[in-house]
Design a protein around this ligand. Structure first.
Ligand SMILES: COc1cc(COC(=O)c2cn[nH]c2)cc(-c2cccnc2)c1
Length: 247
């Protein structure tokens, strides 16, 4: 997968050199290209923003630098068209389902904005010939979309074949389709069996896999009911047996 990011703060993306994503890049699973938006702002101050038409607070990002930057990336890209992703509070929710959809794409172009956003004609221009997604990572306002890009690149990158070791495949994740779909993860434990007087639940040491799976589902239901009760209504009643209903 190729990923391009255009930003006025490309240094925000240094974390993409480390850990999981860094290794995926070293192994050629992920090909990340960073671009400084100001390289396409040709005035002496390399201006990328201006006051909003119609008045209102803050500044808006000018269309010309974005248009030239995106055209340059498209021309230098691997051919075909990338999927353009604009992180914004006004976007559709970023979910594990959307991360899985993006993980199947050959080329993603992220356009994190600063200020109040990008002149809306930019995405109208590209939206007429390729997929442009406005995506929110949560209901809050950040100073810029860069951290949202880091969130999405990590969520997508870990799904790429070969990125996660065999020890853990993403298919077991919460929100991944399957038996634990839309349930939160329950508690996890490792050695030692007793720590500060607190013991690991006996069932986990029993080696009885059926009972362990039942215990884990009970704990997932309990945590989901406590922290995200609205997710319980999305569960298929068929998948809830009599025992579940008592939890
Ligand atoms: C593209 O337009 C943007 C992008 C961002 C940065 O992204 C987020 O905040 C975000 C992404 N998921 N969740 C939050 C911020 C604004 C903005 C809006 C109003 C006032 N101030 C700033 C507009």
């Amino acid at each position: 997968m190729r990923i391009d990011v255009i930003s006025i703060f490309p240094e925000y993306f240094a974390p993409l050199d480390v850990s999981l994503i860094g290794k995926a890049r070293e192994r050629g699973i992920l090909d990340v290209h960073l671009h400084q938006l100001r390289d396409w702002a040709h005035d002496v101050h390399r201006t990328v923003d201006d006051t909003p038409y119609g008045g209102g607070p803050g500044m808006v990002m000018k269309p010309e630098p974005w248009g030239e930057a995106i055209d340059t990336v498209l021309a230098a890209g691997p051919g075909a068209q990338p999927r353009i992703i604009v992180p914004t509070p006004s976007g559709v929710p970023f979910t594990q389902k959307l991360a899985m959809e993006y993980a199947r794409e050959p080329w993603l172009l992220f356009t994190p904005a600063r200020y109040e956003g990008i002149d809306s004609r930019v995405m109208a221009e590209y939206g007429s010939r390729m997929r442009v997604d406005e995506v929110s990572i949560g209901d809050y306002v950040l100073a810029g979309g860069e951290v949202a890009v880091l969130v999405m690149v990590e969520a997508v990158g870990r799904l790429l074949p070969g990125v996660l070791g065999n020890a853990h495949s993403a298919v077991d994740d919460s929100f991944a389709p399957g038996a634990m779909e839309n349930l939160l993860e329950g508690p996890v434990h490792t050695k030692p069996p007793e720590w500060r007087g607190r013991e690991v639940p006996e069932i986990l040491l029993s080696g009885h896999h059926g009972k362990i799976a039942r215990w884990r589902r009970d704990e997932a239901l309990r945590r989901t009911a406590k922290n995200r009760p609205e997710l319980l209504s999305t569960l298929d009643p068929e998948s809830l047996d009599k025992h579940d209903r008592q939890v």
